[in-house]
Design a protein around this ligand. Structure first.
Ligand SMILES: [Ca+2]
Ligand SMILES: [Ca+2]
Ligand SMILES: [Ca+2]
Length: 272
């Protein structure tokens, strides 16, 4: 009995690991913006030429990233349309949960941050404010042992939300991510226009917890940043079994899960 229970548990844990790594999933559904401005409208306004970004169909599901060969990246603040704009903070976090802040509440459109990923694992972050909007003094910070695997977070008065859904309350998706298509030309207010290239990503956060009725408008334009010189990294690959093993464990997990479901079906409440 014990042995069976243990293997079943392992199977289900493996199943959980596989599901947690596959957050590409389905596109998020936008709500009606309480600001009357959809993310689609806002990105369209910044599009100078080329195909428009499709905020529904172009969602990527990427949630963890690493640096490219330059080992430095630049984040440019696109816009923030939220009641908590002056309180929300945006940054990168590593798999250990260490956060490196890129933009504070005082930062806004056009402000820029350069992140350097050093060979010893340290990271430096330098943020400069530019017009329009606020132009706060430059801030330079160093984060020891941060490493070069990271996701993006938004600190809000409701708590911290992450690009990895599994870290959010109830696993709700709080960010959408778009990858450059090498065609669309964008111009952020106060900045030169340029091509949205494939090593560039738009990270667009919803700052109110979704899923609890009436709390969030799910407009995902509450804080939006464009980050360049990064590349998607699969979720914590080290903790996921080899593909072959994963498949058999998944099959075994599913089998065991189905067996348990037989007895538990009435109690199960699968929440989305
Ligand atoms: Ca908003
Ligand atoms: Ca500014
Ligand atoms: Ca919102």
């Amino acid at each position: 009995m014990n042995r069976f229970f243990t293997s079943t548990t392992v199977g289900i844990l493996a199943l959980g690991a596989v599901f947690a790594s596959g957050e590409v999933a389905t596109a998020v559904s936008f709500g009606t913006s309480s600001d009357g401005l959809s993310l689609q409208n806002l990105l369209d306004e910044l599009t100078v030429s080329g195909p428009k970004i499709d905020t529904v169909n172009d969602q990527t599901g990427f949630n963890l990233f690493t640096n490219t060969a330059s080992s430095g990246s630049v984040a440019t603040f696109m816009f923030e349309i939220a009641g908590n704009a002056s309180l929300n903070k945006f940054g990168i976090y590593n798999p250990s949960g260490i956060k490196a802040e890129l933009f504070a509440g005082i930062n806004d459109v056009s402000d820029g941050t350069t992140v350097n990923f050093l060979g010893n694992g340290d990271v430096t972050v330098s943020t400069i404010g530019f017009a329009p909007g606020n132009e706060p003094d430059p801030i330079i910070k160093k984060y020891t042992g941060f490493g070069n695997i990271f996701g993006f977070y938004l600190d809000t008065p409701e708590g911290t939300f992450y690009t990895q859904n599994s870290l959010n309350p109830n696993g709700f998706q709080q960010a959408v991510v778009y990858q450059g298509n090498n065609q669309t030309e964008l111009q952020i207010a106060g900045r030169s226009p340029g091509r949205f290239t494939s090593n560039e990503f738009i990270i667009a956060f919803e700052d109110l917890l979704r899923g609890s009725s009436g709390n969030s408008d799910s407009d995902f334009q509450d804080l939006v940043v464009l980050v360049e010189s990064i590349t998607p990294k699969k979720d914590d690959v080290a903790s996921i079994p080899e593909p072959g093993i994963a498949t058999s464990l998944l099959a075994f997990g599913l089998g065991s899960f189905a067996w348990i479901l037989k007895g538990q079906r009435k109690k199960l409440d699968i929440e989305r």
